[in-house]
Design a protein around this ligand. Sequence first.
Ligand SMILES: [Zn+2]
Length: 446
Amino acid sequence: MRTNPVAWVLPVVLVAGVACRSPVPEPSRPPNVLLVTLDTVRADRLRCGGDDPVDTPTIDAIAERGVCFSQATAEAPITLASHSSLLTGLNPNRHGARDNGTYRLDEAVTTLAEVLQAKGYATAAFVAAFTLDARFGLAQGFEVYDDDLEADHPAGRRRKKAWLGHERPYVDRPADAVFRRAADWLAQERERPVFLWIHLFDAHAPYAPPEPFRGRYAGRPYDGEIAFVDHELGRFLERAGERFAEGDVIVIAADHGEAFGENGYEGHGERLHEPAVRVPLVVAKPGTLPRGAVVGELVRNVDVTPTILDLLGVQPDPGLDGRSLVPLAKGEKRIGPPPGSYAETLHPLLRGKRDELRSYRTEDWKYVRHLRDGVVQREELFSLSEDPGELHDRSGAPEFAAERAKLGSRLDEATREERSTPFESTGSGKPTGEIEQKLEALGYLD
Ligand SMILES: [Zn+2]
């Protein structure tokens, strides 16, 4: 139940009111596109895909105008790798930007921003953390790529500069600062259709929401951060007005979730269990997609780029790993078997030469391979329909040998291509200097 009816009503009126005033965009204007990525937000925190424990009236209102995909997965529990999949439609082993700080997205890879820029879109990105700094390759295709974490940083809100006793300022910035910069850009870009990507880092540890969310979510600071982000998104949409109205595209996605002790793990990055890879996904384009629909089939973050392109009438590259979700959103039957979802993390290697993980999941099963120097160390198999907590490894059970073999060969197929683009040749394969300091400040290094 909603605990704050005022906060709930306001953005609904706002979003719905905007839609009423501008029922359709002028025929000459191509749709504007807003992509909001919520760093570290678990699917189960939202009404879309979860138990709805957090007050998120803005995201709920967007979902009511569009489609909620309640079983969406990320390709990596790592910010750069996962965002690169969201913005290219490629799995990490094909786009090559496979971990924070040590890899980058190669110029040869085509991004959604590059495609839309070529179509005449004004393209801008406003990111909130050092892991997405332009040097790591995601700026390609964006005319404006605002990664200046010191700019417009509200006094007294430098709340994440201290990490484990380290004083490292400006490795991130809060949602209000990001939205203010984005709104300023949007206000002056009035001629062309816009593709605007906004990245919000607030739900990433350490969790320290500002008031009134700190008090309202006492003892649940992570949830308070999500409520704060939703509140700021509402304020931004209010300011954006008719720029994201009926006929325009709004996508709310997340790069990965967060574990709170499940499977003996806290945080994200080193495991592929559901708390870290299951993510929320909302796609709205009133007039084209149904309103308030919920799709429960397995979908993936790599599907986001082809879905946005499809909604704009642009044919996605058939070589992408992702597929448009538009037919599924419209309730059409899938042609052929549903695609499974690939995920990986090379992050454990960075943290001390531990096993890297690869997984392949279907609606009902998840198969995980632990690898060291390319050699399989062990396998895991979970029946997600019977064991959603992934507590019982079935990889050794003879009755599931066929399932294990089938998913193993799907994983082989998904990993036939291997692309890695090191950020720079450091010799050690580890981040150095300023990058090492900033990753450490964000909690990514021991
Ligand atoms: Zn992240």
